[in-house]
Design a protein around this ligand. Structure first.
Ligand code: ADP
Ligand code: NA
Length: 330
């Protein structure tokens, strides 16, 4: 029996990933890669929907791949590759775009939000068709499951609709994938603004813990994290979003349950609790950072690993694309 397929990816939109990416995605990917035949992509074609300096984009792509590996994604176990290295992605996206309704694409809330923010004249067609490229990413690999955050759920629904539409028009071609939506407890918030999601693209990075931050910088950010005046280490998302967020990070990185952490810090102040968390964070990310920097020290070797993985991906994707071309009459 072959293992079920899994597909996921992240945009190379910053020099470093942040702790939310690690807890909400990479830790889960690392576990899932055992039971699944997993494809993990650095989606650089998607990143082009934002303005980018070419040399910086290339470097961010490498850095993102290095952090996947440093976090425990094994390129011998999973297929870890750069999206633009596999030409089948934009090729299939074009074909899927011809069966996607203009109105259907226009209903994607992420597009509506972004185009409203930037205005129609600075919104590219690429941003509009982004979900169609994402559908191609997923469908090329005959994917069974797609682990994603809440914000991507609508795009996976569109992917399912396109797969079903294509299959009913041209015959069984694509597996219809299932989204696996991230647990609420895996959601990490900004340390300075604990009701906003921690993000690579926050306006200020004072509340962002970067994977590649110097440990002393991470510790300082944790010591300065927003809390409340109650002084009790207690989980309550509504009343105590700052402390709750720190508890979630602590629990996720240690594998401990939140009540056991609350017990440990009962009757002690936030200072002690933050010191404890800073230690947990430094212990977890010290080795990840060191490994990522080591990988980035030998770019030729990293590029070689990524090229070999792209070859593997291209073989699987190429089979699906051949079938698609055949069915549509190309
Ligand atoms: P970012 O906002 O950092 O650019 P993305 O939207 O590119 O992150 O998401 C990449 C992956 O990381 C997704 O699987 C997403 O669910 C996860 N992720 C991003 N931010 C967080 C967060 N704050 N908490 C938990 N998971 C997150
Ligand atoms: Na695997």
């Amino acid at each position: 029996m072959s293992k079920p397929r899994l597909y996921s990816g992240m945009q190379p939109s910053a020099d470093s990933l942040q702790v939310g990416n690690y807890i909400g995605a990479l830790m889960q990917w690392r576990d899932l890669q055992e039971a699944y035949d997993a494809y993990f992509s650095v989606v650089d074609l998607h990143a082009l929907t934002q303005p980018n300096d070419p040399a910086e984009l290339r470097e961010k792509t490498r850095r993102t791949a290095a952090q996947y590996i440093a976090a425990g994604i094994e390129p011998s176990k999973s297929t870890l590759y750069v999206q633009s290295h596999v030409a089948a992605h934009p090729e299939l996206a074009w074909i899927l775009s011809t069966i996607t309704g203009f109105g259907e694409a226009g209903r994607m809330t992420q597009f509506k939000d972004k185009s409203a923010r930037y205005g129609v004249d600075t919104t590219s067609v690429g941003l509009f068709t982004y979900p169609v490229l994402m559908a191609a990413d997923i469908l090329l690999y005959q994917t069974d499951i797609v682990p994603v955050g809440d914000d991507q759920k609508q795009h996976v629904e569109l992917t399912r609709d396109l797969a079903e539409r294509f299959n009913s028009r041209y015959g069984q071609t694509f597996k219809v994938p299932m989204p696996v939506i991230q647990q609420d407890t895996a959601r990490i918030y900004d340390l300075q603004n604990p009701t906003a999601k921690m993000s690579k693209s926050a306006e200020s990075d004072a509340g962002t813990l970067w994977l590649l931050d110097d440990p002393a910088v991470s510790a300082k950010k944790i010591m300065r994290a927003v809390t409340d005046s109650e002084g009790a280490v207690h989980y309550d998302r509504e009343q105590k979003p700052g402390v709750s967020n720190l508890l979630v990070i602590y629990a996720a990185l240690t594998g401990r349950q939140i009540p056991s952490i609350e017990d440990e810090y009962a009757g002690r102040g936030y200072g002690d609790f933050k010191k404890g968390l800073a230690e947990v964070v430094v212990n977890e990310f010290g080795p990840v950072r060191a490994r990522a920097l080591e990988l980035l020290d030998d770019k030729a070797e990293l590029d070689r690993v990524l090229a070999a993985n792209a070859d593997r991906a291209a073989e699987v994707a190429g089979r699906t694309l051949d079938d698609v071309y055949d069915r549509v009459g190309l």
